[in-house]
Design a protein around this ligand. Sequence first.
Ligand code: SF4
Length: 733
Amino acid sequence: MGTEQRVTFCRICEAHCGMVATVQDGAVTKLRPDREHPLSSGYACPKGIAMLDVQNDPDRVTRPLRRRPDGSGLEPVSWPEAMADIGARLRAVRERHGGEAIGWYMGNPGAFSYSHPLWVKGFLDALGSRHYYTASSQDVANRFAASALLYGCPALLPIPDLQRTDFLLMVGANPLVSHGSVLTAPRVKDQLHAIVDRGGRVVVVDPRRSETARAFEHVAVRPDTDAWLLLSLLHVIFDEGLEDWGAMVHQAEGYGWLREAAAAHPPEATQERTGVPAPVARALARDLAAAPSAAVYGRTGSCLGRFGTLVAFLLDALNVVTGNLDAPGGWVFGRPAIALDEVAEQAGLATYGRWRSRVGSFPDVLGAAPASLMSDEIETGGPGSLRALFVSAGNPVMSVPDGEALEAAFGELDLLVSLDLYVNETNRHADYVLPATTFLEREDLPIAFLGLYTTPFVQWTEPVVEPRGEARDEWEVIDELGGALGISVLPTPQLRALGRRLGRLVTPRRLVDVLLRTGPEGDWFGLRRGRLSLRRLRGEPHGVVVSEEIATGVLRRKVRHESGKVRLDPPQIRAELHRLASSNGDDPDFPLRLIGLRELRSHNSWMHNAPLLMRGGRTHAARVSPADAERHGLVDGATARIVSPSGAVEVEVRVTDEMTEGTVALPHGWGHRGGWRVANAAGGVNSNVLASASAGDLEPLAGMAFLNGIPIRLEPVGPRAGAEQASAEPAPA
Ligand code: SF4
């Protein structure tokens, strides 16, 4: 076999940058950005390039592993043996406890596969199980919940129209590092600079002077106070008559209540809490309202606090009252080649609050329950308790609060099976670890992200190489599990009925082709020649720009409420405002606030084994402001103990003026102790030890963990080793 160049796209983050893989003798030897990709046009970040390290990692799991009989560790096993035993044990669980005792946790990378989530959901629905957990309850579920309340559909996700906006207000978003979240905008940095270049503004509200805040305008805010600030912005807009009355009346209902609610929160009343001086908030509100077009966008920094759904709701409300919803340059609905919101709705998958969790009574969000409750769901006996758990592309011990409790609870399961690339901190406890494919080894189409592209776009990729070793696609494994249980695992009841007749003829590939061809841009099986089909996409490997611009004026078709209008006064949000009003102030024992932080060369917990990303002796460190460092006797490089009401960690301190006083930032996803040697050697701590997994501490409307704004205190532990040595030397005479 010779050397070939194969076009594909990255599926680590939402930008989906185009990539070209050099393949030699069946193995990927190089990854480079695709210069011919219409949107990313030759850009890829270090993580995309470093996927080569993951692909060829000697620590990667490439054969099925099973727990040794004495429990001492994992040993290789054949696929048939593994699947036979897993099938038998699943049947036993089902017979004894019912299908509802079988659950699944799917991590963030699962959402980047077009087949994996659909087959997981089909598997659980066919079993009648509600134990569906995803990483969403650590980073995005309240965005879905807010959409359900505002628009009547949790899968309907507006995005900022970056191509045309004059004013972008971002709350808790750092796209220069994240490359976009609930937003697919390759070369997002260029898109943001283009706003300024054409005379517009980009304003970043964040407790940290993040990479994005540094590049544009920064408004520093205290962690977990976004709701107060947004209410104050609404107050100014209503109070000064700056609302777009016509647009608001035409598009929304309940604005009278919203105006009343905002009236109680003038910036002068919230400035002490938010840290944003009233004149700054007033100017921001006026500028936002006066901009010819504007979009208000918030991401993880804004949604991991105690009032995340309320904050997501208020962000959209600001877009509505300023007349920017569904308007060019505003807060718009994407133009996907496959309208996932409609497909999900028709399939009965676009649910919010259709049922409530057994523990804590939280509403389901797109059919998922809060992942923070998994340990309680295992340990709380009775009908429906979780007895068998699958974990795919995930590491909840590292990503949910109180991973130690989850580790302990695993011991009570009848079966724990993982599908993954590595032995990680979670699946090292598993009965089986099954080798999964990387994105370079599987076909794909970014179905979950098509509606989030700022330039409507679609791309298909074939696998770049055959799976390494014995790795298999998740959907195939799930299909086989379904066979072992005698159930069809196809994603909807209609398809399951069809699947029972047609067997394995219904594949993800065939399904996506039908969805493409019958979608808004589809060829309708030849009726609209030249339009989209899988065949056409296969012939255009760099992807197809569906339209240069996002369509606006579509709101009536998108909103599912009977009135056809956006709802600005849902009872759940009213209740949240009461909860906000009665929320506690600061606890003197925990005077500081802890926030998360994304790093360019990390991706949650799964890329710390890539040597290319760990070069230069990277360490895990908490960012502390100079004033807080001095107050606590800390110097750069010293070790501090961070103590929260839920736990404590000891970690290196990096003193930096990017932090506002009173706020400490600590990246998540460090502190490894799995089968990945580079990651283990990198050290660090699991920051989620500091978060609470108690049901009473989860956000009530989406069940999301409180991960941003955690009350903490800092305690010095000692100077770094080098400093100790230096200070131990005799002082000069
Ligand atoms: S920005 Fe995201 S999609 Fe692009 S190369 Fe980096 S990780 Fe991959």
